[in-house]
Design a protein. Structure first.
Length: 344
């Protein structure tokens, strides 16, 4: 178990001020973010769009490559933090961005990076991962050299998130905790982290959807715990499938994960460790997810593809041996086809 990121809970502007950042900084943020609270910092502002591609990140790099920065500050959702990781890495590595894709392809540590999430799901603020779309599929960058140095967790930044975005990003965090728990890499300490992440998700999801502060805080915690979990273990079937769906149909990452989660839980329903997760949390996870989806109308796979396209998603996901090979249960192509058809 290791955590490379200094995790701070508190008001983001006050905590950033305490860091006493010096020199020139690159601020990666969403288009509507107001940087006024960041007083006294010399910042170049780069507005980032959601669902980054290799091409879009290359374009961002060309905007700033002639400038020199002492640190990178990312304030936004998972896409923004993921882009900031790649740009921070590019500052210290003379390499084409697409060559970062894969496991440990980044040779030198990225420029100092401070991550401030404004959604609760990706956990990117504490992970070694960045996800980019390459052609029509999402690909992972996994490197010890892109961990954020600091993560500042301020639930106030999530106030006002739309209901659908709240549900989808939160389910992403839940997937991280459950998928990591059901890999063969999960050790006893990571087990406890995952169990806690699942528990706080179900304790807080309804209040988060209602924009209640305590619910938002619990979702932020579930997201951080999930990020730590997948860094020390990994994701598996849900993410292998969602990367294909997201790339093919431009489905946002959290929603793409939500599509496949119920069928994944069915696949693991009789697994001894999944039953242990339900016992340790005191939650009937499959039934609770079913109730949540019905109450809020979470979409299914049939909203995006037909049956034939679904089977192609299974075939393409089956190529992701890294994710599929990490689960407690072996996964055949027929298993994946059953999971995608159950996701309609």
């Amino acid at each position: 178990m290791f955590i490379r990121t200094n995790i701070i809970f508190g008001d983001f502007a006050q905590e950033i001020a305490k860091l006493k950042l010096e020199g020139a900084g690159l601020l990666c943020c969403r288009r509507c973010f107001d940087p006024a609270p960041l007083k006294g910092l010399d910042l170049c502002i780069l507005r980032i769009s959601p669902e980054p591609t290799v091409e879009s990140v290359r374009a961002y790099w060309h905007e700033i490559e002639d400038k020199r920065f002492d640190y990178v500050l990312a304030i936004g959702g998972g896409s923004i933090i993921d882009v900031a990781k790649i740009l921070a890495a590019r500052m210290e590595n003379e390499e084409e961005i697409e060559n970062f894709i894969g496991v440990e392809k980044i040779r030198h540590k990225a420029k100092k990076l401070i991550a401030v999430p404004t959604t609760h799901g990706s956990g990117s603020e504490v992970t070694k991962y960045s996800v980019l779309k390459l052609k029509d599929v999402k690909k992972s960058v996994a490197s010890e050299n892109i961990y954020p140095d600091v993560a500042i967790i301020d639930e106030k930044l999530t106030f006002g998130l739309p209901k659908d975005l709240t549900i989808h990003t939160s389910i992403d965090a839940l997937c991280h905790n459950i998928e990591a728990y059901l890999t063969k890499f999960c050790d006893p300490l990571t087990d406890i982290i995952c169990e806690s992440g699942v528990k706080v998700f179900f304790e807080g999801i309804e209040e988060a959807i209602s924009d209640v502060a305590d619910g938002r805080k619990r979702m932020m915690l579930s997201s951080v715990l999930g990020g730590i979990a997948i860094t020390n273990a990994q994701t598996s079937v849900v993410h292998a499938l969602s990367h294909v769906l997201g790339g093919m149909c431009d489905v946002p990452h959290g929603l793409a994960n939500a599509v496949f989660l119920p069928a994944f839980l069915k696949f693991y329903a009789e697994d001894e460790k999944f039953r242990r997760l339900e016992k340790s949390t005191g939650i009937d996870i499959r039934e609770s997810i079913r109730d949540l989806y019905e109450k809020y109308g979470v979409k299914g796979l049939s909203d995006f593809v037909d049956r034939g396209e679904a089977l192609k998603i299974a075939e393409r996901a089956f190529e992701n041996k890294r994710l599929l090979g990490g689960g407690r249960k072996p996964v055949t192509l027929d298993d994946l086809k059953e999971i995608v058809l159950d996701s309609f």
